[in-house]
Design a protein around this ligand. Structure first.
Ligand code: KIV
Length: 272
């Protein structure tokens, strides 16, 4: 397939906006590697997020803070090699954009140039607007992220639901409007009351993509390892597991161990 015809089938930020207008829900899942991205893209997902949750899921860190720009670029380029259709958005990791617009632009450009990704995601509202403006004006599409923003976990103290109080809820609505005004093409709303997510969604014309934000948003995102049940000790109310791969994979490994120990594997047909 030529580069041009491959491009024609791709999801774009423009199509995502049309989906909101038509009331068609947007689907988004995380992927950090080639094989997982291949499955998720071929299954028909709209957006793949190379999330900094790779720090937890792939590297076993307690928070998203340690992951580096080089590591995000490595994950993103693996994902990009797998996809045909999905729009790929990559998290700018902690420390690569906060408080320095020049650095923010340089980080976004490295991601776009070195991985071939289609857009970047930044956490925060008012405080990151200058970085959003600078990145957008360089031609890089930016997705926002409000509510529970895991890169600020040491500021929040816990991973509990955000914006339950009127003041924080009001600030979140204003932040969403500001992000739209400064050029974001979509906003992730993480772990906020469903009623608030509905108000935010109605107050902006760009799509909202929720995780733990109820059903009145324009789309949903989950960490794919949670959806597949590979992570088993993470059980928030918002999570729906579609498989229990932790158990299935454990059983498979134990069967393999048993077969090797007993001499059953490899059999006659499984050798040269
Ligand atoms: O990094 C990530 O996986 C995310 C999602 C939880 C939205 O930001």
């Amino acid at each position: 397939m030529s580069a041009v015809s491959k491009q024609a089938k791709r999801m774009t930020t423009h199509v995502l906006k049309q989906m909101k207008e038509k009331g068609e829900k947007i689907t988004m899942l995380t992927a950090y590697d080639y094989s997982m991205a291949k499955i998720i893209d071929a299954a028909g997902i709209d957006v793949i997020l190379v999330g900094d949750s790779a720090s937890n899921v792939m590297a076993g860190h307690e928070t998203t803070l340690p992951i580096t720009l080089d590591q995000m670029i490595y994950h993103a380029s693996s994902v990009i090699r797998a996809i045909n259709k999905a729009l790929v958005v990559v998290d700018l990791p902690f420390g690569t954009y906060q408080g320095n617009t020049k650095k923010a632009l340089a980080s976004a450009i490295r991601i776009m140039k070195e991985s071939g990704a289609h857009s970047v995601k930044l956490e925060g509202g008012k405080s990151i607007l200058d970085s959003v403006t600078r990145i957008v004006s360089a031609g890089v599409p930016v997705m926002g992220h409000l509510g529970l923003t895991p890169q600020s976990i040491y500021n929040f103290g816990t991973y509990t639901v955000r914006a339950k109080e009127e003041e924080e809820a009001q600030r979140l609505i204003e932040d969403a409007q500001l992000l739209e005004k400064h050029g974001c093409y979509a906003i992730v709303l993480e772990k906020i009351p469903a009623k608030l997510a509905k108000v935010v969604t109605a107050s902006i014309s760009i799509p909202t993509i929720g995780i733990g934000a109820g059903g009145a948003v324009d789309g949903q995102v989950l960490v794919s390892h949670d959806l597949f049940g590979i992570t088993k000790d993470f059980n928030p109310r918002f999570l729906r597991r579609y498989m229990n791969l932790f158990e299935d994979m454990t059983n498979a490994v134990q069967s393999y161990i048993g077969d090797v120990k007993s001499g059953d594997f490899p059999n006659e047909k499984e050798q040269y």
